[in-house]
Design a protein around this ligand. Structure first.
Ligand code: BTN
Length: 286
């Protein structure tokens, strides 16, 4: 099979994804395949905005595109999304959870990407807290989660958008030392439909676990097993002042437990939330 699927066209994989996933009996995802779109997150947002009062969109609705013309990254950055290089997709969830638990879904997606990549390619992918999926010290995907409340309901619409570096031949500039594609790692081209289908199946499985307790309790062992920061020295970029410590793993809420080094040589256990601070390895990005 060609990397983009049986047709051999780089713009065909979202259509192939739809066929594969919708032929599965217990499928959670309904795919909206697109050759090109501004942003798969924006596409879902437009569909939410277009809803009339009593209308709903189903969980698992997935916008997948071969190209994005205005891909969005975190913190207002752009996400370069050329045709034929990466997989770009976003899906919708309607979890009945408190608003503070929504960010856990980003960690759940990071776990799902790492597990799918390892399941298919034995790539040794791991997670840099909270949700960077890395091979070695280089990032292979980005995740942008956005949540909205519509009038009259306290169940949010959550959009989880993911870009996986699939067939990028190389990265230049500031990404050169930070990013990696599956093709660069494996030295061969990869089917975007195959890896995306596998990630989505993995997410559906992990999401069922998440919904049991509406937190990360049932997946945290698997997450911590591939957490690159675990038992490592880290530097926490706290706005109140940076400090160092040893990362111990996440708790049920996705917070990173860090044994913070004190001046007297003793350490104090602190729990840090994603979004509040960033964590770096003492000797580099991880
Ligand atoms: C990051 O900055 O690391 C997050 C990048 C998220 C990119 C994906 S690609 C699919 C979806 N659509 C977007 O516009 N962004 C996300």
């Amino acid at each position: 099979m060609s990397p983009a699927g049986e047709t051999g066209c780089f713009d065909a994989w979202p259509f192939e994804l739809k066929e594969v996933l919708e032929s599965e009996a217990d499928g959670f995802f309904t795919v909206l395949p697109m050759r090109s779109v501004d942003s798969t997150n924006e596409e879902l947002k437009r569909r939410i905005r277009a809803l009339k009062d009593s209308e709903e969109l189903p969980e698992g609705l997935t916008a997948a595109a071969a190209e994005q013309t205005a891909g969005k990254g975190r913190l207002g950055r752009t996400w370069e999304s050329p045709m034929g290089e990466s997989a770009y997709f976003s899906f919708l969830l309607r979890p009945s959870v408190p608003v503070e638990n929504i960010s856990m879904l980003t960690l759940l997606m990071g776990l799902s990407v790492a597990e799918a990549v390892n399941g298919l390619y034995h790539a040794g992918a791991s997670i840099k807290w909270p949700n960077d999926v890395v091979i070695g010290s280089k990032k292979i995907c980005g995740i942008l989660t956005e949540a909205f409340f519509r009038k009259g309901t306290d169940i949010p619409y959550v959009i989880v958008g993911t870009g996986i570096n699939v067939n990028n031949p190389s990265f230049d500039g500031e990404l050169k030392d930070k990013a990696l594609s599956l093709r660069m790692f494996l030295n061969e081209e990869v089917s975007p439909a195959r890896i995306t289908a596998s990630v989505l199946r993995r997410f559906a499985f992990n999401y069922q676990h998440f919904l049991e307790k509406r937190d990360l309790h049932t997946v945290k062992e698997r997450y911590n097993a591939i957490l690159v920061n675990k038992e490592r020295d880290v530097r926490v970029e706290d706005p109140a002042g940076p400090y160092t410590g040893i990362a111990r793993g996440i708790d049920d809420f996705g917070r990173l437990a860090v044994d913070r080094a004190g001046e007297d040589g003793r350490s104090e256990r602190v729990y840090i939330s994603s979004g509040e601070v960033s964590v770096r390895g003492l000797y580099g990005y991880v």
